[in-house]
Write a new protein. Structure first.
Length: 502
């Protein structure tokens, strides 16, 4: 699924109006109908609603929704904030329609006015400001938004919470915090970053029938990993194959007290379908891994820390970093290794920290490698940024510069490619913020790379397998009790979903 900017969405609306021979008011009616359908499916008819409207097209949506809900038997009233004398044409049309239906359904608020003593059971619908916002909210409207933020009521935003930009993260802004956002046709990038996404609540994408020709032909660097993309990537197993057809994974890592990271990565690589898995780790982890993962083979170098990376071959698919540690001898061995290795690597954890400590090694990363930093590790590698969206833009720049893939982990993990593309995952949950979750991801991606998936495919599919497995795991556990091994146990179910077997 493509992610369009606010200007691209506006152009898509205009194209749809022209190509479908409909008026902009008709398109607004269609969008409002989808919102009304969602509200009637999720809010009981005996719960009253207040709809807050602005003077632009977002306000027009709200006025149209008010009329529709009234006709469906809901107790509903719209408040139009008159922060400008001029209404958009479609807002004016829907104001006249609502007044004609029942003039008592609309009240116009003059600057400085607020809604007081709103009972907490009333649902508030936000249609004050839409994606046309091009500057920070200030004055009365800013005060009004903060006044509504203080109310305990359930809040629903139409298209985007008022005050939130679609394409960037403001330094300091007044944004209406909602529980649900009913977004038209597309995700907005601001929904996918913690600073603003936390204010949008649960995002629901409503198909309002925007024209497919425009959508398919318009370029964007930003995408959502969706079912269509997964089906394009996934390679089902063929009969008459053997373990040699599914690759040789070599996982390098572990140190005294950190062998569990290698156990998790090895188990995940096996569950993700690798033909053979070997683990290179220090002697202190040999018995642990042989006992915990009998399907994996072991190689040892060093006693409590790896002191040399001997035994890897050019035919191995290598994932490096889980529990590796920052021992002086390990760092020296890593330096020699990164000088010699040519095949794409999956680089995580202390392997990333070693690169951060020795930045002269970064340009020696083999082309096509997949780096999997969390935000703090990324900062160590490439420097600080003002916010998470700027950090992702820096990731895109570095992926292009280094000819590698950067998997920037987070609630909505994002993959940056050497071509400048960015793919967001909308699967996953906060329960996955637990020790060892990243080691599981390393094992999964390395296993996919070993099976013949390209670096691009392994990164996208690996991130999805990991996140979706976490979603399945949390239904059996809880966000608080979920542990990394629970994620491994659900990988098979995710494969079955992708293959259409469940």
């Amino acid at each position: 699924m493509k992610i369009f900017s606010a200007s691209q969405i506006k152009a898509c609306d205009a194209y749809t109006i022209h190509a479908s021979s409909i008026s902009s008011a008709d398109l607004m009616e269609r969008a409002a109908a989808r919102c009304a359908e969602w509200i009637t499916a999720n809010v009981s008819v005996d719960i009253p609603l207040v709809i807050l409207c602005g003077s632009g097209n977002n306000g027009g949506d709200g006025l149209a929704v008010t009329r529709m809900l009234h006709k469906m038997g809901y107790g509903v009233k719209a408040f139009l904030l008159q922060f400008t004398e001029q209404l958009s044409d479609d807002c004016k049309i829907n104001l006249e329609r609502l007044q004609k239906t029942d003039s008592s359904l609309i009240e116009i608020l003059q600057p400085g006015a607020f809604i007081s003593e709103l009972p907490p059971h009333i649902v508030i619908v936000d249609a004050i400001l839409g994606t046309g916002l091009n500057r920070a909210v200030e004055g009365w409207v800013a005060e009004f938004i903060e006044h509504i933020n203080d109310a305990p009521n359930l809040k629903i935003a139409i298209d985007i919470p008022s005050g939130m930009p679609a394409d960037n993260i403001p330094n300091d802004s007044h944004i209406l915090k909602v529980h649900h956002t009913l977004s038209f046709q597309f995700w907005k990038r601001s929904f996918l970053h913690p600073e603003t996404g936390s204010l949008a609540g649960n995002v629901h994408i409503l198909d309002i029938g925007l024209h497919k020709t425009f959508i398919n032909s318009t370029h964007t660097n930003y995408h959502i990993i969706d079912d269509e993309k997964l089906k394009e990537i996934y390679k089902p197993r063929l009969p008459f194959t053997h373990k040699g057809d599914y690759g040789n994974v070599l996982l390098i890592g572990g140190s005294y007290g950190m062998i569990g990271a290698m156990v998790l990565a090895s188990k995940a690589a096996l569950r993700a379908g690798a033909g053979k898995v070997r683990a290179m780790l220090p002697e202190c982890g040999y018995n642990i891994l042989q006992t915990a993962v009998p399907e994996a083979m072991c190689m040892v170098n060093g006693e409590k820390n790896i002191s040399g990376f001997k035994g890897w071959t050019p035919t191995d698919t290598i994932g490096i970093g889980p529990g590796l540690g920052m021992n002086e001898y390990t760092i020296r061995a890593f330096t020699d290794f990164i000088e010699a290795v040519k095949q794409p690597l999956v680089i995580d954890a202390d392997a990333l920290n070693t690169l951060a400590k020795h930045p002269e090694l970064i340009h020696k990363i083999p082309a096509g490698s997949i780096l999997t930093p969390h935000p703090k590790e990324f900062t160590g590698l490439f420097g600080k940024t003002a916010n998470s969206m700027q950090q992702l833009e820096l990731a895109r720049t570095q992926a292009m510069r280094l000819n590698c893939y950067i998997v920037l982990k987070g609630h909505h993990t994002a993959i940056s490619t050497p071509e400048g593309e960015c793919w967001y995952s909308i699967a996953g949950n906060a329960g996955m913020a637990t020790g060892g979750s990243g080691d599981v991801l390393t094992g999964i991606i390395t296993a996919l790379l070993a099976q013949g998936y390209s670096s691009y495919e392994a990164a996208l599919l690996g991130v999805y397998l990991h996140a979706r497995a976490g979603d399945l795991a949390v239904t059996e556990q809880s966000m608080e009790s979920l542990v990394a091994s629970d994620i491994i146990g659900q990988i098979g179910k995710v494969y079955k979903e992708i293959a259409g077997q469940s």
